[in-house]
Design a protein around this ligand. Structure first.
Ligand SMILES: Cc1ncc(COP(=O)(O)O)c(C=O)c1O
Length: 374
């Protein structure tokens, strides 16, 4: 079946040329510039790709295992380097899911799994996180939703868009439910590395043979344009199936993405980049939290990880109307309406992007518009 557009992507398409003066809710850390990598690149690098592995550069796969905490648990051949976490999710879902299957998806959550499951024609079972419950994943509901037809449970950790995380006990409970029926458990860890409380969660590929970790260099490292990510799973047949599907779309990785990502993930560089992303993110988040606290018409559950969260607008205006008015003159400020996540009374706010997004200016305009709406 045809893949249909989702409201989140629809909004991005409609606003691509809006040319805002400020962005509130940029979802990645400040991006490095190409010049920062030049001295580490080899001008003699052949760009023909011949002789490379279909799974990705071996050194990059080693870095991925080290940073996900899976070195010694998973083998480098359990890793497939992909065009971002988006391609990793795509390859996994499209190779695993059939029309008669069911998939369990959290909401609000990253819409990709739902879009693909609809295209496949599978039955979707939603597990609902609620604002008044701190956007908690209601683990007690999971057993009712998972049954013999469940092929995949798909979640994000940290959650996009609420920034909430699974505890280690939660992850074990997810594994237990998946194991009960032999389902695959995909955990999209694209925001991992930006935890504000506690340390990085265990990666699911180390906890369950049918656990699939997906991730990338896009968010914490701000390297979205490299289109470089990964999937990790100890089931070799599954990894080969993903390679086969990719062979029939983009075939192989783009070599520049892999090479630069390998440099960016070298231990010293990676530590320095993550430390900077964390200290910037934490400082900006404290500022945003104070802003929300002082705005009588906004309330939110502060993210415990990542750079974005959902804020509720306590006014008669809904998130869509608010986002549209904010993007128009005289405010010229971009944010995503909560409807992109099925939460029409919310807006997505956040602190990524560095100086280029003019966060302070954007927040003052949000504040100004909030005083004007009924
Ligand atoms: C939860 C989640 N998964 C996957 C992606 C896609 O990321 P990538 O750039 O790694 O493909 C995003 C991007 O916003 C995301 O938020």
């Amino acid at each position: 079946m045809k893949v249909k557009i989702h409201t989140l992507f629809q909004y991005l398409l409609e606003t691509t040329e809006a040319d805002p003066e400020a962005i509130v809710g940029f979802s990645l850390s400040q991006s490095p510039k190409l010049g920062e990598f030049l001295e580490a690149l080899d001008p003699e690098l052949p760009l023909d790709w011949n002789g490379k592995s279909f799974r990705g550069l071996p050194r990059l796969r080693d870095h991925v295992l080290r940073e996900t905490g899976l070195a010694g648990i998973c083998d480098p051949d359990d890793v497939l380097i992909t065009a971002g976490a988006a391609e990793a999710n795509y390859l996994a879902i499209m190779q695993l899911l059939a029309p008669d299957d069911e998939i369990v998806i959290e909401t609000p959550g990253w819409p990709q799994a739902e879009v693909l499951a609809k295209a496949v024609g599978s039955k979707i079972r939603h597990i609902v996180r609620r604002d008044d419950d701190g956007w908690r994943f209601p683990m007690e509901r999971l057993a009712e939703l998972v049954n013999e037809r469940t092929k995949i449970i798909f979640v994000t950790n940290p959650n996009n868009p609420t920034g909430q995380r699974f505890s280690e006990d939660d992850l074990m409970a997810l594994v237990e439910q998946a194991k009960r029926v032999g389902a695959w458990l995909i955990v999209d860890e694209v925001y991992a590395g930006l935890e504000w409380e506690g340390s990085r969660s265990s990666s699911i590929a180390g906890m369950y043979e049918k656990g699939i970790t997906t991730g990338s260099v896009s968010k914490a490292l701000g390297l979205q344009g490299l289109r470089t990510g990964w999937l990790i799973c100890r089931n070799r047949e599954f990894v080969m199936d993903a390679i086969i599907l990719r062979e029939n779309s983009s075939e192989i990785m783009n070599i520049m993405g892999e090479v630069i990502a390998e440099v960016a993930m070298r231990p010293e560089r990676y530590r320095a980049a993550i430390n900077k992303a964390r200290s910037d993110g934490l400082a900006n988040l404290a500022q945003l939290d104070a802003f929300v606290g002082e705005e009588p018409r906004l309330s939110w559950v502060r993210p415990s990880a990542g750079l974005i969260g959902l804020a509720r607008i306590e006014a008669r205006i809904d998130g869509d109307a608010f986002a549209k008015r904010l993007l128009a003159d005289p405010y010229r400020t971009f944010l995503l309406p909560g409807s992109a996540y099925g939460q029409p009374q919310h807006i997505r706010i956040g602190v990524g992007g560095g100086a280029e997004v003019n966060l302070e200016l954007g927040l003052s305009r949000v504040s100004d518009l909030l005083t004007r709406v009924e």
